[in-house]
Design a binder for this molecule. Structure first.
Ligand SMILES: *[C@@H]1O[C@H](CO)[C@@H](O)[C@H](O)[C@H]1NC(C)=O
Ligand SMILES: *[C@@H]1O[C@H](CO)[C@@H](O)[C@H](O)[C@H]1NC(C)=O
Length: 524
């Protein structure tokens, strides 16, 4: 009896300690917590206690309850419950307003275990909740809408500060000290930047596209034109355009002279993917292609050929969508005349350039040839035929606002990406089969690519098999990891990768709408 009483007392003390200082989620996410789910994988409960969550949303809670009730498999339901709210539960590090204007909201969203805000990750982290933003009545007044506006404003500030960079420090208003990125200590980057504002400065075309995507998503849900007119949004769009235009600069000029590249990057490293060839220039790119260069991929690995096709697809897709916001602002005299036309024509030129330079002929299974999208090209005729798990990927092209998932060229490309003979980074094994990439290396499959596979499939068997891979490989932790060893799922990377978790939830919500019968299956 006495023992029980002291145990209760201890647990009360532990609860009090918890609310005073919340556990570091980096370690919390590596441990199992009861109650476990009742299926054979006995998945841990991984949400922080309510007082330790970084953002509360009743809409998310009711969505989790409703969708979970429609999932028959207890382990799949647990994975959804843990994963979907992960960004709101753990990664909204600060939400406030600008020192210069109390009406300007700011949202600082960390990736998870890395204490900085990536343009790409933060967009994707919020995009998991886009279906809820659209569904909420008077959506511009909802707490989620405020998060979106804050992220768009802060991304805009970042782009006006250092438009070639990919990840950033907390804003001074937050009082959060800048994080030290030891990987960047030896970097020599042109243009230079301030480490107190920038966490890392890898120029990635999809970072620019991410700002446009988040903006287009908020616009689509709210039609909140006053917001886009109110702060620095137009200037940020102009910074995006100027940066992308600059990065159409080819390597050689008309007379053969080497042109000054607007961006160069060198790092002292033993990994080829962490620096650029030719003393920071990257491999040469041809003149007059109409494609935009990207020094790095969405994995933050360097490109082999700088015309990264999926990033160009994403940029073209969201440039076209963001042009609609600009056109609406022009109609009210709130944007420079001609800007939306310039955006649309830039997007159209990139599309034409992808069709002309981004499609290659490869050996087909039947002894003939077939055409597919290349992952990267240089405009001289060289192409890198592969896919990488990180979005934007070729596999994710239908999710980038670029093409339809029934597009025959996309279907052929997809089939090759998901096979051992068409993609050097397709990983196979008894535990999980999925696209990986050089970021973690051969043998490691990325659940993110499994999720994209489901989002781009209409085939019930493919969807169910892929879902089973996901449910069975969380190492009992009930979260989506970055990569998993295809032969041994207890070897994985990144315990706290918020984007992949949110994307998993988004995929389940999509299945709930599209194929509810699959959520009635068992994955035991
Ligand atoms: C969320 O709600 C809990 C109570 O359930 C509270 O303790 C916590 O401070 C709230 N978090 C935020 C960020 O408002
Ligand atoms: C959850 O289901 C209840 C009952 O059907 C419904 O009233 C509510 O709107 C649903 N909430 C969400 C977020 O879908």
């Amino acid at each position: 009896m006495r023992r029980t009483t002291s145990a209760v007392l201890l647990s009360i003390l532990a609860d009090t300690a918890l609310s005073q200082s919340c556990p570091d989620y980096s370690s919390y996410a590596q441990q199992r917590h009861e109650p476990y789910s009742s299926g054979k994988y006995a998945l841990s409960y991984q949400r922080p206690s309510p007082s330790c969550r970084t953002f509360n949303s009743s809409l998310i809670e009711s969505t989790i309850a409703n969708i979970s009730a429609a999932i028959a498999d207890p382990d799949l339901a647990r994975l959804f419950e843990n994963a979907y709210p992960n960004t709101l539960d753990t990664a909204i590090k600060w939400h406030g307003t600008a020192a210069s204007n109390p009406a300007e909201e700011l949202t600082f969203i960390i990736t998870g275990d890395i204490d900085a805000m990536w343009l790409r990750d933060s967009t994707n982290q919020l995009q998991s909740y886009a279906p809820l933003l659209a569904a909420s009545a008077a959506s511009a007044d909802s707490p989620l809408a405020s998060l979106y506006r804050g992220a768009i404003n802060l991304q805009g500030r970042y782009l006006l500060t250092a438009p070639f960079c990919n990840s950033f420090q907390a804003p001074p208003e937050s009082g959060i000290a800048p994080a030290h990125n030891s990987a960047a200590d030896s970097d020599r980057v042109v243009p230079g930047y301030d480490h107190s504002q920038v966490f890392e400065c890898k120029y990635e075309l999809d970072s620019l596209a991410s700002f446009l995507e988040l903006s287009a998503s908020y616009w689509g849900a709210t039609k909140d034109l006053d917001f886009f007119a109110g702060f620095h949004w137009i200037s940020a769009v102009q910074a995006v355009l100027a940066t992308a235009q600059a990065m159409t600069t080819p390597t050689y000029g008309d007379d053969g002279g080497v042109l000054r590249s607007p961006y160069t990057f060198i790092r002292d490293t033993t990994r080829a993917t962490e620096t650029l060839a030719n003393d920071g220039l990257g491999s040469p790119v041809a003149r007059g292609t109409g494609l935009v260069r990207s020094a790095f991929r969405p994995s933050d690995d360097s490109t082999i050929f700088q015309f990264l096709v999926p990033a160009n697809m994403m940029f073209a897709g969201f440039l076209g969508k963001a042009a609609e916001i600009v056109a609406a602002l022009e109609g009210k005299g709130k944007a420079p005349g001609g800007l939306s036309k310039e955006m649309k024509s830039f997007a159209g030129d990139i599309r034409a350039a992808i069709t002309r330079h981004g499609v290659v002929s490869v050996a087909g299974a039947d002894g003939g040839t077939e055409t597919v999208y290349a992952y990267e090209v240089d405009g001289f005729g060289s192409a890198n035929v592969m896919d990488d798990a990180n979005i934007p990927s070729l596999l994710s092209a239908p999710l980038l606002g670029y093409l339809d998932r029934d597009d025959p060229l996309y279907r052929r490309t997809r089939e090759r990406i998901l096979g051992q003979n068409g993609n050097p980074y397709f990983m196979r094994g008894p535990a999980i089969n999925a696209v990986g990439g050089p970021h973690v290396g051969p043998g490691m499959a990325w659940p993110m690519a499994s999720i994209v596979r489901i989002l781009t499939s209409d085939d019930d068997k493919e969807i169910a098999d892929t879902l089973k891979d996901l449910v069975s490989t969380t190492d009992g932790l009930g979260l989506i990891h970055e990569s998993i060893n295809t032969f041994n799922p207890s070897r994985w990377t990144r315990q706290w990768f918020s984007w992949a978790n949110g994307l998993f939830g988004q995929m389940i919500i999509d299945l709930h709408a599209r194929k509810p019968e699959i959520l009635k299956k068992s994955f035991q």
